[in-house]
Design a protein around this ligand. Structure first.
Ligand SMILES: *Cc1c(COP(=O)(O)O)cnc(C)c1O
Length: 472
């Protein structure tokens, strides 16, 4: 072909070919079971209106979580066969350790069976009554592990992050001035570490800028407080930095991720997110004494330090996944396909938390169902409606998940009432998402019929997993 022909084709393509395709083809499929509206209404009632009690088989499109629901690649499955299952010093551990160290630059790499196991070990060591742990926003398991140790978990999110309608590039940022005030108020000696969650899951999957990581690090350094990253979605965060932050457009995502970790003294990670596996996690840190204490606890709760709570094959799949997740075609598709869902529904007026996050779209339940007060769980009502209408499973992130009681037993609502639609990685195609869009628009049109809920049973902690509801 002549050069001018090639350049003409390229020019036309830039004009007309806009679809960002799934950067993979499908080799193995799982059938979806179809159910009727009547069946789903029955199923939901039997599940006490809690999506965690619905059998996965009875779900058509499962947007409950992006955690552990990724489709693994052929190379990851090959790694499953390659796994070295030796008790101590397995080859798979050293591959895992090399990949994590190359990415994070951290000295001690401790495998755990998932993110919360890393949190449990860390906060069992540093947590006690007079201790405070600041974060942009604590994820629910992080908060629970901190509070279980007796310590206090504090969110210091920037003001932009608290306004669900505001479009801003880095709504996951921590308020740096408040952090400094917080340290002065509670005393450096009572703050064993500061956390940053990337991206900010509880705050809408919003990214944290490199500048904010650097600024937080500088404050931490001034007071000699280690900075830890909750790195579950580090790759999505790094790609947002590439797209949105000045000076990063031409840098590789891997370089950006490495820079993010270069400010950290430690990290916890759930490999069930950006390591593209179904189970796994790690704790990584520089402090030798803390690492020794962590390994001592690891042996009695998870396993020997070269496998933690994992099989050798899991470590192989994590190592492979951590390399694949930095593929920029994958990340472009990942962030675009999430934004696609958000843009389509918000363009017809469905209120969502803006702008779309990396791994999920969050419906703004306060605006969606303004006739249902917080103590009657508007988000939970929407979750039920999406399931009955379309077999879509979502999760409430609002008064059910974060609501508390005052001394008189009166409900204290969190700032936001959200419903999260989390997108599993590499699992659903665009037509699945188009179907989800249709169901949500239909539900929104009938929103006035939604009814409030009440809790008839709840456990003392993390109640959203097992609480039982009734319609009022
Ligand atoms: C999922 C998650 C965790 C906990 O990880 P698990 O593997 O589910 O135990 C911690 N922090 C954040 C931000 C998460 O998204």
């Amino acid at each position: 072909m002549f050069n001018d022909e090639v350049s003409q084709i390229k020019k036309n393509q830039n004009l007309f070919v806009k679809t960002i395709i799934e950067p993979f083809k499908i080799k193995s499929v799982e059938p979806i079971k179809f159910t009727t509206v009547e069946q789903r209404a029955q199923i939901l009632k039997k599940a006490f209106y809690n999506p965690f009690f619905i059998h996965a088989e009875d779900v058509l499109i499962d947007l409950l979580t992006d955690s552990g629901t990724s489709a693994m690649s052929a190379q990851q499955w090959a790694g499953i066969m390659e796994g070295d299952e030796s008790y101590a010093g397995a080859r798979s551990f050293f591959r895992f350790e090399k990949v994590v160290r190359d990415l994070t630059g951290l000295k001690h790499i401790i495998p755990t069976h998932q993110g919360r196991a890393a949190e449990k070990i860390l906060f069992s060591i540093v947590g006690k009554k007079e201790i405070f742990i600041p974060n942009n926003s604590h994820f629910d398991t992080t908060r629970a592990n901190i509070e279980f140790s007796g310590a206090t978990a504090t969110d210091l999110l920037c003001d932009e992050g608290k306004n669900p309608d505001l479009i801003a590039p880095f709504k996951g940022n921590m308020n740096v001035a408040t952090l400094e005030k917080f340290i002065k108020e509670h005393g450096r000696e009572n703050i064993p570490m500061c956390f940053l969650t990337l991206t900010n899951n509880s705050g809408g999957g919003q990214p944290v800028s490199m500048k904010n990581i650097r600024d937080v690090k500088n404050v931490c350094k001034k007071y000699n407080i280690p900075l830890f990253l909750d790195a579950c979605r580090f790759a999505e965060n790094a790609y947002f930095i590439k797209l949105r932050e000045k000076g990063y457009a031409k840098k590789s995502v891997k370089k950006i991720a490495q820079e993010m970790f270069s400010y950290a003294d430690g990290a916890t990670m759930s490999a069930k997110k950006d390591a593209l596996v179904n189970m796994g996690g790690f704790l990584a840190l520089n402090n030798d004494e803390l690492a020794m204490n962590a390994r001592n606890l690891l042996v009695i709760t998870e396993g020997f330090p070269t496998y933690g709570g994992l099989a050798g094959r899991d470590l192989e799949a994590i190592a492979q996944g951590l390399e694949e997740v930095l593929d920029e075609h994958y990340l472009e598709y990942r962030l675009r396909s999430t934004a696609y869902l958000g843009e389509k529904i918000s363009s017809v007026g469905v209120p969502i938390l803006q702008p779309p996050g990396g791994h999920a779209i969050y419906l703004n339940a306060k605006k969606y169902a303004p006739h249902i007060p917080s103590h009657q769980f508007p988000g939970q009502a929407i979750v039920g409606d999406l399931y009955v209408r379309g077999g879509i499973r979502s999760v409430e992130i609002g008064s059910v998940m974060f609501g508390k009681y005052d001394e008189k037993g009166k409900h204290i609502a969190p700032t936001l009432e959200l419903v999260r639609l989390a997108i599993p990685r590499r699992v659903y195609t665009q037509s699945h998402i188009d179907y989800v869009i249709e169901v949500i628009i239909e539900s929104y049109k009938s929103r006035k019929k939604l009814r409030g809920m009440k809790i008839v049973w709840e456990p003392p902690m993390l109640r959203h997993f097992t609480a039982k509801f009734e319609i009022i």
